[in-house]
Design a protein around this ligand. Structure first.
Ligand code: PLP
Length: 508
């Protein structure tokens, strides 16, 4: 047997020379030049993307796009960044949607602000993971401070409230529904869902949303084991906001059927219309039934910072929990979202149910760990840093100006569409979406006309608009999220729409 003891000196890696040729791809001080060159070359491609694009989309068809990507042999490596960047340019950047152009007015994709992009460099290079203090010391408290700041904008007491950054609004909504369900079950039946699974009554749980609420509520209900049947869709008024008299009626009806209302989701800014459910009225009803009120402000959170329009969110301070999407309305790169809860003791339900009413628990928290607040993520990016960069460089005031500019533009655009005989506007917007259609009396099928226009615009790549169906009819949809967009841009877009509308005439 060889019992030779290796001395510590012999083991020390410091004495071994590093073979940089082999490990030159590792982010490390010895390889900083490599890092900087790689990033600079990539920045050149970013510049190409910006300077080359005068329309938001190349118009490429899915079939051709698929072929381009499939051609590539991933087992055949490339020899330098030039080759790589030219490949990626070809299959990605050239056909990437340019959200920053005023001709992009389709979905809820905001242009991003430069401070956030600078922050992103640190987020990915340092690569902190937000789950525990020992993986992100400063980051833990910076995230908490931004959560507190957001809670303060909501009108919550920062001493009482808490929250966490999430991957997106859908995930934040999931947290809202889980808390609604678990707190209800704990309080009413002293039943701990985390430990014991769903109580017998869960099959009769009912959650009230408007029929224009986000579809993530349905998905979330189904993964929570409540089934989509637990979501009761309350019809909306002429501005597509939850109709309060019907909410009352629907709650009573469900009770008469033997079902159990456990909460209401108010949408502050619907995806399709940007209108805000009557938050005060909903808060009153939730208080009357002593049930949870979650506000999905994924989109409407923009107004939190607005001097001019903040009052539209009055009543949000009465919510038990709120969804915030900074990547929808705070000009942040994806992902950047948060879930905020009014009573931090209730957030502990995610960690350990049985003790969640014990306030001592919070005071005794010795080593802070954000993972206790996260529902589906362990390793988690330090996305909060991008918002930090943004807020510190731009301030709340400038963010507010951007938002006000967008909303004012939407109002001006709504006026133009309303006055024009060739358009029909379905509703004005509290935020920045307009649903409308092109009408031509001589044409019978307006659905076909508007579908045709949308396709023409998409494959020309000149203008990207969205669409939606309302009462079975097809409408075009503008979502304005870019403060750079002017009323002239809107005029030009409308002119193009009419132009394509005329082609429909001649082709039919
Ligand atoms: C976009 C949106 C969501 C979902 O947010 P993601 O970040 O896309 O997951 C939820 N609610 C509303 C009202 C939205 O507009």
């Amino acid at each position: 047997m060889n019992n030779k003891v290796i001395s510590l000196g012999e083991l020390s890696t410091a004495s071994l020379p590093r073979v940089l040729g082999d490990f030159g791809n590792i982010f490390h001080p010895d390889n900083y030049d490599h890092y900087r060159n790689a990033v600079n070359s990539t920045l050149d491609l970013v510049q190409e993307f910006l300077y080359r694009n005068d329309k938001p989309f190349s118009g490429i068809e899915a079939k051709e796009m698929k072929e381009k990507v499939q051609q590539i042999d991933l087992n055949q490596k490339l020899s330098n960044y030039n080759e790589l960047l030219s490949e990626v340019d070809d299959i990605y950047v050239k056909h990437a949607t340019a959200f920053h152009l005023p001709q992009y007015v389709a979905h809820l994709n905001c242009p991003v602000v430069i401070p956030a992009l600078a922050g992103e460099i640190l987020v990915s290079a340092i690569n902190s993971s937000q789950d525990t203090y020992d993986q992100s010391a400063g980051g833990t408290f910076m995230e908490r401070k931004l959560i507190d700041w957001t809670a303060e904008q909501l009108g919550f007491s920062t001493a009482e409230s808490d929250g966490v950054f999430t991957a997106g609004g859908s995930q934040s909504n999931l947290m809202g529904l889980v808390m609604m369900r678990d707190v209800y079950s704990q309080k009413r039946y002293n039943h701990n869902i985390k430990m014991d699974g769903l109580p017998r009554e869960a099959g009769r749980f009912r959650i009230f949303v408007s029929d224009k609420s986000h579809f993530s509520n349905l998905k979330n209900a189904s993964i929570m084991g409540l089934g989509e049947k637990c979501i009761v869709k309350v019809p909306t008024d002429e501005r597509f906001r939850m109709e309060i008299s019907l909410l009352k009626k629907y709650i009573k009806r469900e009770e008469q059927l033997g079902n159990i209302p456990i909460g209401i989701v108010a949408t502050a800014g619907t995806t399709d219309f940007g209108n805000i459910d009557p938050l005060e009225d909903i808060a009153n009803i939730a208080a009357h039934y002593n049930i949870w009120m979650h506000v999905d402000a994924a989109y409407g959170c923009a107004l939190l910072l607005s001097e001019k329009y903040r009052n539209l969110l009055n009543g949000i301070e009465r919510a038990d929990s709120v969804t915030i999407d900074y990547h929808k309305s705070f000009f942040q790169p994806i992902s950047s979202s948060a879930f905020i809860v009014k009573n931090k003791k209730e957030l502990l339900i995610l960690k350990h149910h049985a003790d969640y009413l014990n306030p001592k628990e919070m005071d005794e928290e010795e080593i802070p760990a954000q993972i206790n607040k996260s529902i589906t993520q362990s390793t988690r990016r330090f996305d909060a840093l991008k918002l930090w960069f943004t807020l510190r460089m731009m301030g709340k005031e400038q963010l507010s100006e951007y938002t006000d500019t967008i909303i004012d533009l939407t109002k001006a655009a709504a006026a133009i569409i309303t006055e024009d005989q060739e358009f029909e506007l379905l509703s004005d917007s509290d935020l920045s979406v307009l649903v409308f259609r092109h009408i031509r009396p001589e044409i019978k099928d307006w659905d076909a006309l508007n579908q045709y226009i949308k396709m023409k615009l998409f494959y020309s790549g000149e203008i990207l608009v969205a669409s939606t169906k309302v009462n079975g009819n097809f409408y075009l949809k503008f979502t304005f999220l870019n403060p750079i967009t002017t009323i002239d841009d809107v005029h030009q877009i409308l002119t193009k729409i009419k132009m394509h509308g005329k082609d429909f005439n001649t082709e039919k």
